[in-house]
Design a protein around this ligand. Structure first.
Ligand code: 13P
Ligand code: SF4
Length: 320
């Protein structure tokens, strides 16, 4: 992870009307706030654009704003910087990393890739800039199936870093994929047993799941998709009850769009809040305000890595 030094913050700097102060700073800086659905509700509500990883990278590619405030995790803000080298890209908390991105260290991945010289590399966007630089095409959970389907049948593929999304894409496309064994701690926390118990308790509920979940959970799903796809499905389905197997931040939007429907977060193996992403939840409204006020912490990237990481991202945007 490439980062700048952390700024010193003073808690007395926080104004009472945070929403008002953030909106003022937005005008002053000509800034746009891009937020992922896994952010806390207040951040979702103040964002200019709220979306999944694909939507966020498309917005980052097209924004006219001079400053991008990224309310998400490091790899997302890094993607925005790769696309916008001359803009200031701020991440409210530089420790907002990602277990999945961390599960694919560049040197180990380089050695793994060398074992398959005739393979192309398709990497899920949840990876570091160095892994993107070692990849041919980036994908997200929204477009992974569509992208793999565009690759000629005789072209072998390495899929990294998420083994669960990789397995799901392989099933959907009928393609053999060489998988890197990475995973997300949040999506691997759901308990199959407790989901079955919930289904028995709520027989009319539909179970909807993100493809980063493990196969024993996915096999009980009535619908599988990215966060945007799950939100859309929950609005369009005639069902009025859903068990939601992804980070529960998305439920804020599901409830706003369909206030009469019931959304039950899928339970974890322990009675913990482990289904909340500990990285995404490091960002707070206060830190977002301070990042804009101090114009820091900012995302900084070595230019050679940025240039190499840009090509597979552009390829994804063309193929989406
Ligand atoms: P999407 O935004 O593609 O749904 O992925 C979810 C996720 O895990 C982001 O970290
Ligand atoms: Fe990473 Fe999982 Fe958190 Fe998404 S939910 S940012 S994949 S740890």
């Amino acid at each position: 992870m490439f980062t700048a030094a952390k700024p010193k913050t003073n808690p007395y700097e926080i104004p009472r009307d945070l929403f008002g102060a953030i909106n003022e700073l937005k005008k002053e800086l000509n800034a746009v706030i891009l937020a992922h659905y896994y952010q806390e509700a207040d951040i979702q509500d103040i964002s200019d654009y709220l979306g999944d990883s694909l939507g966020l990278s498309q917005q980052a590619a097209n924004t006219d704003a001079e400053v991008i405030v990224f309310a998400g995790v490091h790899f997302m803000a890094e993607t925005a910087k790769i696309l916008n080298p001359n803009k200031l890209v701020l991440l409210p908390d530089l420790d907002a990393g990602c277990s999945l991105a961390d599960s694919c260290p560049p040197e180990e991945f380089r050695a793994f890739k060398a074992k398959y010289p005739d393979h192309i590399v398709i990497s899920y966007i949840n990876c570091s800039a160095e892994i993107k630089a070692l990849s041919d095409i980036i994908c997200t959970s929204s477009n992974a199936v569509k992208i793999v389907n565009q690759i000629p049948q005789d072209q072998p593929i390495i899929f990294a870093p998420d083994r669960n999304l990789g397995r799901y894409v392989s099933e959907q496309t009928g393609r053999h994929l060489v998988l890197w064994e990475g995973s997300c701690i949040v999506h691997e926390t759901f308990s199959e047993k407790r989901i079955i118990e919930l289904k028995v308790e709520h027989p009319s509920a539909e179970m909807i799941a993100h493809p980063e979940c493990e196969p024993p959970v996915l096999r009980h799903a009535d619908y599988i998709g990215s966060t945007t796809a799950l939100l859309k499905y929950s609005q369009e389905s005639p069902s009025d009850k859903f068990i939601v197997a992804t980070e529960p931040g998305i439920i804020h939007q599901m409830e706003k769009a369909a206030p009469d429907k019931l959304f039950i977060p899928a339970p974890s193996t322990d009675n913990c809040a482990c289904n909340e992403c500990p990285y995404m939840r490091l960002n707070t409204l206060e830190k977002l305000y301070l990042a804009m006020k101090n114009k820091a912490p900012e995302i900084i990237l070595p230019e050679d890595i940025r240039v190499d990481a840009l090509k597979p991202i552009q390829k994804m945007l063309e193929m989406s």
